[in-house]
Design a protein around this ligand. Structure first.
Ligand code: AMP
Ligand code: MG
Length: 343
């Protein structure tokens, strides 16, 4: 259902809220990506999210709320630093992990004692949350491991009707997911880079630990669930180029000479523009070539989140030169073993 982001139709929001309270699934836009929402305190409803996405039950969901008071109700310990952060960044792309209250079902937190909370900065998302009147668990509205959706068409092509209502408010503005920050220890830990940069968070919290990028194919459950190596992935194998444009174009030429259909995905080197365009560009290239190449972006501001996504979308295949051995490695991916399988 089409809904105007500047002036969302009340009757549509009321119907969407009713569906959530009744245990249904509503796909909805946020400023980051489209989410697939369900009543967070109703385990049967959230079970439907995992089923629709094909998401493993070990990967916890972010709970979306309309007001900060709800966040305190859903947590058993609310640190002072959280108040300073939310004053600055909520509504917005910052997710806070805090100790959970017993009212939060274990199934959405993957049996952890913590819960991830956020207020999205999007009129339709906020309208839905207010109308539902309950916290809404919502991961990105894509099949597990796939490219995140930044438009209603993306949601439809990912989930093919596995929801009760889809709210279409056009393309998302930010384009990458929220930053996930763990506040349960002495020092805040950045678990996932996202819409709010580490530097901005540091300016509020002082000391900040940044979780090192995990490179195992399974999430290391000890600290950061859901940080799988393979994530945000096109079905066509992707290779990320960490270097100047000629490296990427030389590689495409070398692969073409070997008879390989290699596609080059143009992504802006401006971090904000790259974040906005990232998933659309990955999606538009998917299936158009035997292998896709894309350049990483400068690692500041939103560039850190973009490069994290490119690293995972390419399953860690980052190259820095156009040598024969690099071309050999890419050639071995094509028609090769297990790189283009679907999940
Ligand atoms: P998604 O909504 O699909 O972008 O994924 C949500 C992500 O938030 C998960 O994959 C985790 O990385 C993170 N997350 C959610 N809940 C928790 C939690 N309790 N502790 C740590 N990370 C969490
Ligand atoms: Mg996701």
């Amino acid at each position: 259902m089409v809904i105007d982001v500047a002036d969302p139709d009340r009757s549509v929001l009321i119907e969407a809220g009713r569906i959530i309270r009744a245990g249904g699934l509503v796909a909805f836009p946020t400023e980051t990506v489209y989410g697939l929402g369900a009543h967070a305190l109703d385990p049967e409803a959230t079970e439907r999210i995992f089923a629709a996405k094909g998401r493993p039950s070990t990967d916890p969901l972010i709970v979306h709320i309309a007001a900060a008071a709800q966040a305190r109700d859903l947590s058993s310990r609310w640190p002072d630093v959280a108040d300073r952060l939310i004053e600055q960044f909520w509504p917005g792309p910052l997710t806070l992990v805090v100790a959970k209250s017993p009212v939060v079902p274990d199934s959405i937190t993957a049996n952890r004692s913590t819960v991830a909370l956020r207020i999205p900065a999007h009129r339709v998302a906020l309208g839905l949350l207010e109308s539902a009147g309950v916290p809404v668990a919502a991961p990105s509205a894509n099949r597990f491991g796939r490219i995140s959706p930044t438009s209603a068409d993306d949601v439809e092509s990912e989930l093919q009707g596995r929801y009760d209502l889809l709210l279409d408010a056009g393309a998302t503005t930010l384009g990458v997911e929220s930053t996930v920050l763990d506040l349960t220890g002495e020092t805040p830990v950045l678990l996932r880079p996202g819409g709010v940069s580490a530097d901005l968070i540091r300016s509020i919290v002082g000391d900040l630990k940044v979780l090192k990028r995990q490179t195992t194919s399974e999430a290391d459950d000890a600290l950061a669930p859901g940080q799988f190596l393979r994530h945000y992935s096109p079905l066509t194998p992707l290779v990320a180029v960490d270097g100047e444009a000629p490296i990427a174009t030389d590689l495409v030429d070398a692969l073409t000479r070997r008879g390989i259909n290699a596609g080059y995905l143009e992504l802006s080197q401006d971090p904000g523009t790259a974040a906005h365009d990232l998933y659309r560009v990955l999606r538009s290239g998917d299936g158009t070539a035997q292998v896709l190449l894309v350049r990483m972006v400068p690692s500041h501001g939103l560039g850190v989140a973009v490069n994290d996504r490119l690293y995972r979308a390419s399953q860690g295949r980052v190259v820095a030169d156009a040598s024969d051995s690099t071309a050999d490695m890419i050639e071995s991916l094509v028609g090769g073993q297990g790189t283009s399988s679907t999940q």
